[in-house]
Design a binder for this molecule. Structure first.
Ligand SMILES: [Zn+2]
Ligand SMILES: [Zn+2]
Ligand SMILES: [Zn+2]
Ligand SMILES: [Zn+2]
Ligand SMILES: [Zn+2]
Length: 383
């Protein structure tokens, strides 16, 4: 980003101009006053402004200032508050106090705040937006004949519709009587209802009815009831657990901050205890597994011994002597082979018994004797 530099004199001039604009506002008609005129203006207007400042707000049926009007806040006539008459030499006796628009040709009789839906102008029941209606009562539509006057169903953040709100233009005394903030006396024009930074937020966002500022500990630490927000109700248990268990610590002088810090510290301690418990259980499980592994290696479990013997192709007998598994081609000698052959021939060729050949050699015990030809395992087998 390309910046630009100003020397000290120019920067001072800019500051003075900004100060001038804040004080004079639209009163110079767009033509810069001479230093003499500016001095006269300040001498004449500032005491009067301090004495007769008008506080302008848009209030809901509950008395909350849903919108505090500032110099740039637009009116129904689309002109800003600073373009309306905001300084009065004398406060009129009749109420409400009217603040007419000073823009040439505008027929706005008194400032009227109209909320916006995001960046969009809200719409009337005739479907046309607010800025397409006449700026004077009864605010009928310029685009259609069915409109009997601007009427909107748009709801303010406070939950009430636009039509349930009213413009409040009041003096300092009246505002103090209503229990609303008046802030410091400022020399600037068209400050309306602005009395601090919180005034820039809408009423329901300021967390209080008036915009006085941050609510006190009494409100923030109040017990959560059925009337509170669902989020608060859902976490009421968490909030309670954050508070220290020792009630003697939560004395008034300890303060809300100390309570919260202590609560978080307690929560941290519980987490550490949980981790230690989990680690202890893990170590116990590992130890048990090692013990089981050692016991298994010493030949304890019968099922393990059985599995091992099966792996070797033998079954354990009650006498402890291994015998061949059923179906396995394991022979003790040639006579076993011959007995098997005779049993097969008896089944397939009944009545054709073959006499046993004269076996010349003896197979070594335990050797698997498998032959691919019909030699009957004779000594002359070519394989
Ligand atoms: Zn206007
Ligand atoms: Zn207006
Ligand atoms: Zn309309
Ligand atoms: Zn219309
Ligand atoms: Zn409201």
């Amino acid at each position: 980003m390309e910046g630009f530099r100003l020397n000290a004199d120019a920067a001072l001039a800019v500051d003075e101009y900004l100060e001038y604009k804040r004080i004079v506002g639209e009163d110079d008609g767009g033509k810069l006053m001479s230093p003499q005129e500016y001095a006269d203006y300040k001498r004449r207007v500032l005491p009067q402004r301090e004495r007769n400042r008008l506080f302008v707000s848009w209030s809901g049926p509950t008395g909350m200032d849903c919108k505090l009007v500032g110099p740039e806040t637009p009116c129904f006539c689309t002109h800003r508050y600073k373009q309306h008459q905001t300084d009065l030499e004398e406060i009129p006796k009749e109420r409400p106090i009217h603040l007419p628009c000073r823009v040439h040709g505008c027929r706005c009789a008194s400032y009227l705040y109209i909320p916006r839906n995001g960046s969009q102008a809200i719409r009337c029941h005739c479907k046309h937006p607010a800025n397409e209606h006449h700026e004077y009562e009864p605010y009928v539509c310029k685009k259609c004949a069915v409109c009997k006057g601007f009427q909107s169903s748009f709801s303010c953040g406070c939950g009430y519709p636009t039509r349930a709100h009213q413009m409040v233009v009041e003096t300092k005394e009246q505002r103090v009587d209503r229990g609303k903030p008046v802030g410091h006396d400022v020399p600037y024009a068209a400050m309306g209802g602005l009395t601090g930074f919180s005034s820039l937020a809408e009423g329901y966002l300021r967390l209080d009815a008036s915009g006085v500022g941050v609510p006190g500990d009494d409100l923030l630490n109040a017990p959560i009831t059925a009337h509170d927000h669902p989020f608060l109700r859902a976490h009421s248990g968490t909030a309670a657990s954050l508070l220290p268990h020792n009630s003697s610590r939560s004395t008034a002088d300890a303060g809300a901050n100390n309570s919260l810090t202590q609560g978080i510290a307690n929560l941290k301690l519980r987490e550490e205890e949980d981790m230690a418990e989990l680690e202890k259980r893990y170590q116990e499980r590992i130890k048990l597994q090692r013990q089981q592994a050692r016991t298994g290696a010493s030949g304890r479990a019968p099922y393990q011994a059985k599995t091992q013997s099966r792996g070797k192709g033998k079954q354990a007998t009650p006498s402890g002597k291994a015998r061949p598994l059923r179906g396995a081609l394991v022979v003790a000698g040639w006579s076993d082979v011959w007995r098997g052959e005779r049993a097969v021939r008896r089944a397939t060729h009944p009545g054709q018994e073959t006499p046993a050949p004269a076996l010349t050699g003896a197979a070594p015990s335990g050797v698997e004797a498998v032959c691919c030809c019909c030699c009957r395992m004779s000594a002359s087998c070519p394989t």
